[in-house]
Design a protein around this ligand. Structure first.
Ligand SMILES: O=c1nc[nH]c2c1ncn2[C@H]1C[C@H](O)[C@@H](COP(=O)(O)OP(=O)(O)OP(=O)(O)O)O1
Ligand SMILES: [Mg+2]
Length: 220
């Protein structure tokens, strides 16, 4: 028993981002859940009025759980660049504008770093951060954050993944997220004790969240 209401069999993935949805489908595959996305249910995209990732994640999960009557899992995430005082941060999606122009958003990150004279890798530190929120229709919530540290590289490298992946090089690796396979970027492995391990911010938060709900790891 985990002290939380049952999770399934149906779970709403409360995102309108196709890249995140693909990652969550892969992350949730080992679990006995039937996934429906906010888009498939025609749920509106709530306004992200929070001032933190966690607040925005809760807004998205609560809205989807209330509208669907099902448990809902949301993600609010972003890229925090140290030399830019954490920007774009919670505004990462908004930097890409209504057309979701991530090449332009990545250029803006690079231009802002150039303006600060940030050329050496040590001056180009960044982290991807994800806050996940699981909300049940009766109001219970479970929230967890994950992050991964690295550096911003220029020019962008790789065409896999989504968003800012091509300019993020995680510490200890020589390929950017845009050059990594889905499994390398966000695959989660479970040890015999049911502890999860993964590389990306989303994989790390997801592993911790699911370990809280499924002690011992995914059912075999
Ligand atoms: O793994 C990632 N790889 C690359 N870029 C990423 C990642 N994770 C977040 N990001 C960037 C792009 C995304 O657009 C923004 C999150 O903004 P965020 O509001 O949480 O998501 P969103 O508006 O795209 O979809 P939704 O709110 O429907 O879940 O940060
Ligand atoms: Mg959003």
């Amino acid at each position: 028993m985990t002290g939380f209401p049952p999770l399934g069999p149906r779970l709403v993935v409360a995102t309108h981002n196709a890249g995140k949805l693909r990652e969550f489908r892969e992350l949730l595959a080992p679990f006995p859940l039937e996934l429906v996305s906010a888009g498939e249910l025609g749920l509106p995209e709530p306004e992200e009025t929070g001032t933190t990732y966690a607040e925005n994640a809760q807004i998205k999960a609560d809205a989807a759980a209330a509208a669907s009557g099902l448990p809902a899992l949301s993600d609010d995430s972003g890229l925090a660049v140290q030399a830019l005082w954490g920007a774009p941060g919670i505004f990462s999606a908004r930097w890409a504008g209504p057309d979701k122009d991530f090449p332009a958003a990545m250029r803006r990150v690079e231009e802002d770093l150039q303006d600060r004279g940030a050329v050496a890798p040590a001056d180009r530190r960044a982290a991807f951060v994800a806050a996940l929120c699981l909300a049940w229709p009766a109001g219970e919530t479970l929230a967890i954050e994950g992050s991964v540290a690295g550096v911003i590289v220029w020019p962008p490298r790789g065409s896999l993944g989504f968003g800012y992946d091509p300019i993020f090089l995680p510490d200890g690796h020589h390929r950017t997220f845009g050059e990594m396979t889905a499994d390398e970027k966000h695959g989660v492995s479970w040890d015999a004790q049911g502890r999860a391990d993964g590389l990306s911010h989303r994989a790390r938060a997801f592993g911790e969240l699911m370990a809280a709900l499924f002690p011992g790891g995914p059912p075999r």
